[in-house]
Design a protein around this ligand. Structure first.
Ligand code: EAX
Length: 347
């Protein structure tokens, strides 16, 4: 074989080896890419809220979804359906339990149907301000309540703020305890709230918040009670004349996941969902507080707003003593002791 021929053969052999290595590299890269893509298979989730886009409950939900997508590099995406489009708080909570919805954020008042001890949060006139509520709810007493839903096919992640609840109605300003007498007041579908307003000599009419605007528009009810953010977001000022700043109870919502969805994730994914939930909570509370302040002045332009004197709020609290005692006695004594100690410690 001539030297030239031999050299040509060697070159061709090198090229073939080179091509072979190249082919192996490409196929290995292809495998890695496929694996990577499979490993990043899209996990899609749905979250329902009962309040409109502009309410901090839905703002918090969208921030939560954004953070989960960011922390999972697009692996997990959550679509938010707001304003009760998927159902009311009661419906959506049971959809989580049947694994047909993945996240929602109902009031603790709604969750009390699953664990009556959640009513300890809704007892009237017990929180001094939002920071006091944070300290108690983020502490052991609040965390223990969240853990109590573990055996209800739910994973309760964090407390969000709905805020201090105030009364509105279409008949008269509420300046004294007696002004409440005889008013038909919508309440959440919760035995404690029904008893509270009947205990103030109103006529409590329980219904979901989705039905409330029409009920006030048709005078089926005279009034309702909610934080400024709900009064504004649901446009209750269009069908209510008087806003009386009773601040009679603090309402917390709970960011809840379906246990089925959380179990479908791996440990790292569950951890990132919890981290996103925590960060979204701080954002949600910040939005709620900023908006509640800002909206009070806006509502003053749309409604007749009055402060309720502390002396009258104290009279309301005294009038409610039998209801408070009755509902406190219905709770787990250990929960009551822990919560009341937390309230005192956080002051
Ligand atoms: O849970 O039903 C109510 O009045 C609640 O404040 C609100 O919808 C969020």
């Amino acid at each position: 074989m001539s030297i030239r021929h031999a050299l040509l053969n060697k070159t061709l052999l090198n090229k073939a080896q080179h091509t072979n290595v190249l082919l192996k590299t490409v196929s290995t890269l292809g495998l890695i890419l496929t694996f990577a893509t499979t490993a990043h298979a899209e996990i899609t989730a749905r979250m329902g809220t009962s309040l409109p886009e502009a309410h901090p409950q839905t703002l918090g939900a969208k921030k939560f979804a954004e953070l989960v997508e960011e922390k999972s590099d697009g692996e997990i995406t959550i679509t938010v359906f707001s304003n009760g489009i998927l159902g009311n708080d009661v419906n959506m909570t049971s959809m989580l339990q049947s694994n047909t919805l993945d996240f929602t954020a109902p009031s603790t008042a709604t969750l009390s149907s699953l664990n009556p001890d959640f009513n300890i949060v809704s007892l009237p006139f017990q929180f001094d301000d939002s920071e006091h509520a944070d300290a108690v709810l983020d502490g052991e007493a609040g965390r223990a309540l969240l853990a109590s839903l573990d055996d209800k096919k739910l994973v309760a992640l964090e407390y969000w703020e709905n805020g201090f609840r105030h009364m509105t109605n279409s008949r008269r300003p509420i300046e004294t305890l007696e002004d409440i007498e005889g008013l038909k007041i919508r309440t959440m579908q919760n035995a404690l709230y029904i008893d509270l307003f009947n205990g103030l000599n109103a006529n409590a009419v329980p219904m979901s918040v989705n039905e409330l605007f029409t009920a006030m528009e048709t005078r089926t009810v005279d009034g309702q009670e909610n934080p400024y953010t709900v009064i504004d977001a649901k446009r209750f000022f269009e069908v209510q004349t008087y806003l009386s700043r009773t601040a009679h109870a603090y309402d917390a919502q709970v960011l809840v996941a379906s246990a089925g969805f959380m179990q479908s994730l791996d440990d790292a994914q569950r951890q990132l969902v919890r981290e996103a939930a925590r960060e979204a909570t701080l954002y949600q509370r910040e939005q709620s507080r900023a908006m509640n302040e800002e909206l009070l002045s806006e509502l003053q332009d749309k409604m007749t707003v009055n402060v309720v004197a502390d002396s009258e709020r104290q009279r309301m609290r005294e009038a409610l003593a039998p209801v408070i005692q009755q509902h406190t006695q219905a709770l787990d004594p250990a929960v009551v002791t822990q919560f009341q100690a937390a309230l005192a410690d956080a002051r």
